[in-house]
Design a protein. Structure first.
Ligand code: NAD
Ligand code: TYD
Length: 339
């Protein structure tokens, strides 16, 4: 099978490519990535020499370029990870989110239609459901929960999801969508909560917790997400949405304290800063559908996953230190300077 993976130089796409080439050594993977600030070729260094892997630097909004690549590669499956993915950046500058996340999705699906109704999978997020109240632990996101977004990021992802479902209904494109909760693991860009706190703690820098730190996220080890997507592209029902999550809800402050403990750093590094605008309170996935239909269950517990992740950041300092010393430093100054 030949698979086009977009956004493979990013966090989840990169982990997916590593997982997929190991799990299916006879398949070919072609990665399309624009290499934005979030894309890092060193994430793909371990597979660059693999003869079943090809990297192409390309913007998913570049219709001509995408069509030419499809004509050349004739893929069987397309998995769209490419996106602008950081909520805080979307609050600062929504436009690029609409372009990449919505127009990019349209271009990729148009290419799928043009070159033989190719199987298309959209990697989406639980953030399309908005948030749940903290005082209703009985409530979870199901696939029937109404779309109700809070940020420009989640709105752009929801817009893309609606377009994907419309392409199925209108043109009969064979699509699926996965909506996953927060991922963590290796190669996670250090602007997101867990890698940012690890990197700052190691440098004895302040750990900026938004608001009171009581917002809840439902964390899943990235490899479990990759396995879920692999199952969906093989066995998922066409036209369906699958929620992916492992019932691992944690408050931000408890995650940050855990990271301090694991690294032997004092909690006095924790600094409460101005809250995110429109900050979602709680995300919590009900994964019953993917479990019942496809037999998926998460394999890595949070206790193991967070230890593995911290160890990875300790063992791969050059990967993230290179990022922190570049453009990202300006971003950090701008976003956290007066907070
Ligand atoms: P990321 O920001 O780490 O990586 C995104 C990748 O897409 C980067 O390599 C970037 O260069 C590339 N990219 C951006 N714009 C592009 C364009 N126009 N053309 C081609 N490539 C482009 O993101 P991530 O955390 O790996 O997320 C991947 C996908 O999973 C996204 O669609 C995101 O919405 C979704 N998702 C993420 C999480 C999470 O916790 N990180 C959870 C659920 C869903
Ligand atoms: P993030 O990793 O940006 O993921 P998302 O917003 O998509 O869930 O943030 C996770 C949680 O951590 C979210 O509630 C915001 C909070 N947060 C902080 O408290 N401090 C930070 O510096 C960052 C980046 C996030």
């Amino acid at each position: 099978m030949k698979v086009i993976v977009t956004g493979g130089a990013g966090f989840i796409g990169g982990n997916f490519i590593h997982y997929y080439l190991a799990a299916h050594p006879d398949d070919r993977v072609v990665c399309i990535d624009k290499l934005t600030y979030a894309g890092n070729l060193s994430t793909l260094a371990p597979v660059m020499e693999n003869e079943n892997f090809r990297f192409v630097k390309l913007d998913i909004c570049d219709r001509e370029g995408v069509f030419a690549l499809f004509e050349e590669e004739k893929p069987d499956v397309v998995i769209n990870f490419a996106a602008e993915s950081h909520v805080d950046r979307s609050i600062e500058n929504p436009e690029i989110f609409l372009r990449t996340n919505i127009i990019g999705t349209e271009v990729m699906m148009d290419a799928c239609r043009r070159f033989g109704n190719i199987r298309y999978h959209q990697v989406s997020t639980d953030e399309v459901y908005g948030d749940l109240p903290l005082d209703r632990p009985d409530l979870f996101f199901t696939e029937e929960t109404p779309i109700h977004t809070s940020s420009p990021y989640s709105s752009s992802k929801a817009g893309a999801d609606l377009l994907v479902l419309a392409y199925h209904r209108t043109y009969g494109l064979p699509v699926t969508i996965s909506r996953c909760s927060n991922n963590y693991g290796p190669y996670h860009f250090p602007e997101k909560l867990i890698p940012l706190m690890i990197a700052n703690a190691l440098a004895d820098k302040p750990l900026p917790v938004y608001g009171k730190g009581i917002n809840v996220r439902d964390w899943l080890y990235v490899e479990d997400h990759c396995k879920a997507i692999d199952l969906i592209i093989r066995k998922g029902r066409i036209g369906e949405v699958y929620n992916v999550g492992g019932h691992n809800e944690m408050r931000n402050i408890d995650i940050v304290k855990l990271i301090c403990k694991e690294l032997g750093k004092p909690e006095s590094l924790i600094t409460y800063v101005t809250d995110r605008k429109g900050h979602d309170m709680r995300y919590a996935i009900d994964p019953a559908k993917i479990h019942n239909e496809l037999g998926w269950l998460p394999e890595t517990t949070f206790a193991d996953g967070i230890k593995k992740t911290i160890q990875w950041y300790l063992d791969n300092k050059e990967w993230w230190q290179e990022i922190i010393s570049g453009e990202y430093r300006n971003y950090y100054e701008k976003m956290y300077g007066n907070r």
